[in-house]
Design a binder for this molecule. Structure first.
Ligand code: SF4
Length: 336
């Protein structure tokens, strides 16, 4: 479902009553399309090795102080087959950009879960070779999560975001053409980002062949060149989320766990009030979780109990249909 609605600077800067109205409209748009159901997936952070060097991420390759890990197939297989929370309908495998982990750990896990379970399967593994992406798809993965991060090519390069923006966008378009349901996203509130830069991110997202889009608040990462920069304003992040929802009522929009850091106390639940319709339970094993250093070691971990509490408090309910099944049964509405 496309709308001709596009956000303005007034939307992104709104506070008080105007902001409440913006968020209420976004929540209504989500409820009209998805009802009160919210998808609940689990993420497993399989590897923190990364060949990229994004200035905003603690797992960048120049962070030599970080203990690197690659989780083992056997322990993750047992976790996912025998110990996953009951509300989970989908699994997302996430890594730094580490093709070794994609091939040696994620690929066999996908095959196992496809044969043993009816779970929806997503991957967030960065830019891989077309042949490896094809193997992941053949193994049963349906959703590919790959954020464009920053729409402006010069800023993308200045922040050392992965590879080259044009190549990342070409990869997104190739994935969609290959039949993947692609979800992308961007970072709100990066250092020196103007409101026009945020609007550019939103307008750019609307041009891509996506089924979902995240808005992640910038959190200054430990051991990064941006560690002394301020956290993104949670209100800006929430207004961007509402704007995405109003631009694309049919998209899947996650309530990202970083909302807990940008808006301690109520940030996550406020995300659900802007029309977010996807929650993520972190299932990364305790032994390695603190080394998955997107921002800080002191992470706010969303477990099943916290997510179900947040949903109940917002009068929402976990979907029993998987995200992957929902996307494959709904018509693909691909932007030009
Ligand atoms: S954001 Fe992703 S690609 Fe960039 S350094 Fe971190 S893990 Fe690597």
């Amino acid at each position: 479902m496309f709308t001709s609605w596009l956000p303005t600077s007034a939307h992104l800067l709104s506070r008080g009553r105007a902001q409440d109205q913006l968020h209420a409209h976004a929540a209504e748009a989500a409820r009209a399309r998805f009802g009160s159901r919210v998808f609940v997936r689990a993420v497993v952070e399989v590897s923190n090795y990364c060949r990229e060097n994004c200035q905003y991420c603690g797992m960048r390759r120049d962070n030599r102080a970080l203990d690197r890990y690659r989780a083992e197939f056997d322990s993750l297989a047992d976790l996912l087959l025998n110990h996953r929370p009951a509300s989970v309908t989908d699994i997302n495998f996430q890594t730094g950009e580490d093709p070794v982990a994609a091939r040696e750990v994620v690929l066999p896990l996908l095959r196992l879960l496809r044969s043993e379970t009816g779970l929806g399967l997503s991957v967030c593994l960065g830019t891989l070779s077309q042949s490896l992406a094809g193997e992941l798809r053949a193994a049963g993965a349906q959703v590919y999560i790959i954020k464009f991060e920053i729409a402006d090519a010069a800023r993308y390069s200045a922040f050392e975001a992965p590879g080259i923006l044009d190549e990342r966008i070409a990869y997104i378009r190739w994935l969609a053409a290959e039949g993947w349901a692609v979800s992308s996203g961007f970072i709100a509130g990066l250092p020196r980002a103007t409101i026009e830069a945020e609007l550019q991110n939103l307008r750019f997202a609307a041009t891509l062949p996506l089924r979902g889009c995240s808005v992640s608040p910038f959190i200054p990462g430990e051991a990064t060149p941006l560690s002394d920069s301020p956290v993104a304003p949670v209100d800006l992040t929430l207004n961007c989320m509402a704007a995405v929802r109003l631009m694309r009522p049919d998209w899947v929009i996650p309530a990202v766990s970083a909302l807990n850091l940008a808006g301690p106390g109520a940030g996550y639940r406020r995300g659900l009030r802007t029309g977010a319709n996807l929650c993520t339970i972190n299932l990364t094993p305790d032994s390695v979780r603190s080394d998955y250093l997107l921002y800080k070691r002191d992470r706010f971990i969303m477990n099943e109990e916290r997510i179900l509490e947040a949903l109940a408090a917002e009068r929402l309910e976990p979907s029993t249909e998987s995200l992957a099944d929902s996307l494959s049964s709904a018509p693909s509405l691909v932007a030009a």
